[in-house]
Ligand binder design. Structure first.
Ligand code: SAM
Length: 239
């Protein structure tokens, strides 16, 4: 999986994703990451990439030409035009299923806006997906791009050392994950649930499933509407 990020702040992307699990995946070559500086494609000697909005109003707008230049440069070596994700508070809100779906692409390009955003004409020309990471406004698209790349990378085979953990985590089956415990057995008078110490795998699995159902019902009841539930699950929820 090859990630390309078109940005005015490439160092943010490289630093943010160059550590921990994504950092290791980059070292191993399981994923690759190229942060392309849009400023390098400015058509003026001061490398200016923004200008005042037509019609007036506050702030500056990123101009079309440098963004298009950066896009053309990354597209050059690809067999077919890539999907281009524009990070924007006006997009569809990012979720786990979207991460899973995007992880199947060979190349993904992320476009990060700044200031008041980007000239609409270049968005019309190159963007295939408009994605938001939530209903709030950030100063730029770099953090949202990193959020997406992190979530997508975890879905790429070989990135997580334990593949199982990606399959059973929150949002698989549209449920939240059960609570987790580690040593010691007693901490500040609180015991680890007895069933987890029993070694009885079927009981442990059932307990985890029930905790998952319970937690989802309390914290995110909206998820249950589309969760994949067995008859046993439904019975448990209605008890
Ligand atoms: N004027 C824009 C609007 O009202 O929709 C907001 C621009 S915002 C200050 C600057 C950039 O940050 C955007 O172009 C986008 O790339 C990024 N951004 C801000 N909030 C975001 C969010 N919730 N999700 C994804 N990207 C976001």
């Amino acid at each position: 999986m090859n990630f390309y990020v078109l940005t005015l702040f490439p160092e943010m992307i490289q630093q943010g994703l160059g550590t921990s699990i994504t950092g290791r995946a980059l070292e191993k070559g399981t994923i690759s990451l190229e942060a392309v500086n849009i400023r390098d494609y400015a058509e003026n000697k001061h490398h200016k990439v923004d200008d005042y909005p037509y019609g007036g109003g506050a702030g500056m707008v990123m101009q079309a030409a440098p963004v298009y230049g950066a896009y053309e440069a990354v597209k050059e070596n690809m067999a077919s035009p890539p999907r281009v994700v524009y990070l924007t508070p006006q997009g569809q809100v990012f979720h786990q299923k979207m991460a899973e779906e995007l992880a199947r692409e060979e190349n993904l390009v992320f476009l990060c806006g700044h200031y008041e955003g980007i000239d609409e004409r270049v968005l019309e020309e190159i963007v295939t997906d408009y994605v938001s990471i939530g209903d709030y406004v950030l100063t730029g698209g770099e953090l949202p791009a990193m959020v997406m790349i992190d979530a997508i990378s975890r879905m790429v085979p070989g990135v997580l050392s334990n593949e199982e953990s990606a399959r059973t985590e929150s949002f698989s089956d549209n449920l939240l994950e059960h609570p987790q415990y580690s040593r010691p057995e007693v901490w500040r008078g609180k015991n680890v649930p007895q069933v987890l110490l029993s070694g009885h795998h079927a009981n442990i699995e059932r307990w985890r499933r029930e905790q998952s159902l319970l937690r989802t019902a309390v914290r995110r009841p909206d998820l249950l509407e589309t969760a994949v539930l067995s008859e046993k699950d439904k019975k448990y929820l209605h008890e």
